[in-house]
Design a protein around this ligand. Sequence first.
Ligand code: FAD
Length: 434
Amino acid sequence: MDTVIVLFTRDLRVRDHPALTAACARGGHVVPLFVLDPKVPAGRRAGFLTDCLADLRASLRARAGDLLVRRGDTVAETMRLAAEVGASEVYASADVSALARGRERRLAGERIGLRLFPGLTIVPPRELLPSGGGDHYRVFTPYWRAWAAHPRRPVLPAPSRVPLPPGLEHGLEHGLEHGLEHGLEPGDLPGHAPHPALRGGEPAARARLELWRREGLDGYADGHDDLAGDRTSRLSPYLRFGCLSPLEAACVAPVEHPFVRQLCWRDFFHQVTLAFPAICRRDYRPRPRRWRDDAEAVSAWKAGMTGIPIVDAGMRQLLAEGWMHNRARMIVADYLVNHLGVDWRVGAAHFFDLLLDGDVADNGGNWQWIAGTGNSPRPGRVLNPLRQARRFDPVSGYIHRYVPELSGLVPAEAREPWRIGGVRGYPAPLTALE
Ligand code: FAD
């Protein structure tokens, strides 16, 4: 019987997985594979990834399948496995980053068939192109209009059986534990503790989605910018690893709902990245700008010790949780780039290292937006962190939560402690603000 390898990357689920469904529908054997590739360091995401892989393996085993985990170069390992099992084709989810596209090109050049499927975004980037020409949408609003009107494929159920070839059911050469032992150590980013427990995997993602649908969705439109209210879905790490299909997430609300619009931002930056794969490295829209090289300021920013409480609260949330509220991300990014004058790439790299949802397209796209080098129709806009704090953290609940040195202060003092002569143990502001 014919054998197909399903190469999992950041689509770690069995439900609504077009490549897996198509492989199972062929009627031959299916070998699910994940490769721990040193070119894709997991950093602080290692623990979350371990959960995702363990759950995926359990789901596949429950369907008479299994997950082979290997370590090394993805293409070399895929081809090695193909030779071992006599596979004729590789099925995978089409991706957008430079690294992923390079992998796809290399696989396409091997002596094996490669079929790429949708699944990483709601609308596949190649399916939606501007009517006036061009290889991608540069501005969000027209993209949003076209995206909202675009027909979506149906959500796919998980396959009931994933038929492994005989002889592979037992004695997998490299187990998950082996791969993790030799490839990814939780906390392998020097100087930082691993993330506190946020369980990865498809069951956890589905539980989070269900809870969010029941308890969070209604308050989202009015509350998503409220820093202390913390009313966003927190689905981003699950979407990052594909434990949850973005298409399925979008089905919880009508297309015009602000939550679905946020999911559209994710698709938007993915189609930008497909057209401009250097999104994390090079200015999308170059602007003449001289960046400051200020190692001390960067260290203070990273440590949440800039002396600007709303900025420090955000940076400390990132350190503690591996996640940061979107409004806080905007404030801290804007502060680094537009107030400290530091190159956006410095901030993007730090975010990418620490965020559980750290993702090339979303991270690069958002940092460039803030820096005025990306897709913003109003580049050059600068946020005032004090005004942002007054508006989005009016009773300083967010500051009090993450900056304990200021917890005894009334809201206005906690936002601007220098006005009361400062607080012992908390730094003076790096920059003067009005
Ligand atoms: P919700 O508000 O519940 O939104 C639902 C989903 O929509 C999110 O999970 C996410 O997938 C998507 N989404 C929401 N806002 C955006 C946005 N601005 N751009 C793209 N997608 C969005 N998001 C990442 O997933 N990975 C990153 O590496 C990342 N880096 C960022 C860097 C900066 C400087 C900024 C300003 C934003 C960044 N974002 C990133 C976008 C956004 O902050 C997070 O997606 C969001 O905070 C995740 O929380 P949530 O799941 O509760 O979001």
